[in-house]
Design a protein around this ligand. Structure first.
Ligand SMILES: Nc1ncnc2c1ncn2[C@@H]1O[C@H](COP(=O)(O)OP(=O)(O)OP(=O)(O)O)[C@@H](O)[C@H]1O
Ligand SMILES: Cc1ncsc1CCO
Ligand SMILES: [Mg+2]
Length: 273
């Protein structure tokens, strides 16, 4: 691991957590969007987790009591999805399970803004978004266009720290260089590929994978760091052979599946922020 972080800051390295995650094969409930459902499930299976896309209000709360972690993504929101999200997040919190929020384009419409405010009341363990989403979540002016970011991660770092301290949660901002903070510890993760934002729903899939790691350790900061490092290394490796976004997707799945804990720790580039 190429890290300048003081060793004492990391209890479990991303590689150790990857090995532990695969051994556990955690059942993760994902209430995600229609665009992401298939790719996110494939990403999780390739990485070594057990995804279940269960969202309707009649069963989402009941299922959250069975699952080891829950992820919620507002990308293609509807009243039924929102009711399922609220039931599941409440049940996860009651059962002491971690839940991860992906606030896709929450700034775009009044309906999304109101829904996100309701979900924030249910206290996510981890929030993962792109730079525009995190800047807007802190109440600042962002330049997002639809679901895509128009801001740099570096411009979102202060917002991420503010949110993590005010809401007592881990916040991850992804982009060319990722940033993760729990309000006390902050790191940047280098790697990935410029092809990744040209394939839809990889960020949404990463949110689901964060859930799998959050089911593996009691430290949501280290869980988030491990999932982001796994994407960074597999993405960088996939880009060596991918000719464009089309072939990147299947090669990326193969790299996720082939990545060992040892290789992850050897190749991860994590820098204290
Ligand atoms: N320019 C880039 N260079 C390297 N990696 C990148 C780049 N842009 C994004 N990534 C990586 O792509 C993954 C998805 O992050 P991104 O910020 O694109 O999510 P997102 O905008 O929420 O995506 P979506 O909404 O389409 O799911 C992360 O692992 C991130 O590190
Ligand atoms: C393209 C798109 N539209 C709503 S959600 C989604 C997936 C990427 O966020
Ligand atoms: Mg997104």
């Amino acid at each position: 691991m190429q890290t300048t972080m003081p060793l004492g800051l990391l209890g479990q390295t991303p590689g150790l957590l990857l090995t532990a995650m695969r051994a556990k094969n955690p059942l993760v409930q994902n209430i995600t969007n229609f665009v992401a459902m298939n790719i996110a499930a494939n990403v999780m299976l390739a990485a070594g987790a057990s995804p279940a896309m269960v969202h309707t209000k009649e069963e989402a709360g009941e299922f959250a009591r069975i699952a080891a972690a829950l992820t919620i993504n507002i990308g293609t929101l509807s009243p039924d999805f929102l009711a399922g999200m609220k039931a599941a997040a409440s049940a996860a919190a009651e059962a002491g399970r971690p839940w991860v929020l992906d606030p896709v384009a929450h700034y775009a419409t009044a309906y999304r803004r109101a829904a996100l405010a309701e979900l924030m009341e249910l206290r996510p363990t981890i929030i993962r978004g792109n730079a525009s989403e995190i800047i807007a979540l802190a109440g600042s002016q962002s330049s997002g266009h639809g679901v895509d970011s128009g801001d740099s991660v570096s411009a979102a770092e202060d917002s991420a720290i503010t949110i993590s301290q005010q809401k007592a949660c881990v916040v991850a901002v992804t982009g060319e260089v990722d940033f993760v903070t729990d309000g006390r510890r902050s790191v940047r993760i280098l790697g990935g590929s410029a092809l990744m934002p040209r394939v839809t729903a990889l960020g949404c899939s990463l949110t689901c994978l964060v859930g799998a790691f959050a089911a593996t350790t009691d430290d949501p900061f280290e869980a988030t760091l491990a999932a982001l490092a796994m994407f960074a290394v597999a993405g960088e490796e996939a880009a060596f052979t991918a000719s464009g976004p089309g072939f990147f997707s299947p090669i990326f799945l193969d790299r996720l599946a082939a990545l060992t804990g040892e290789t992850l720790d050897a190749k991860a580039r994590i820098v204290a922020a």
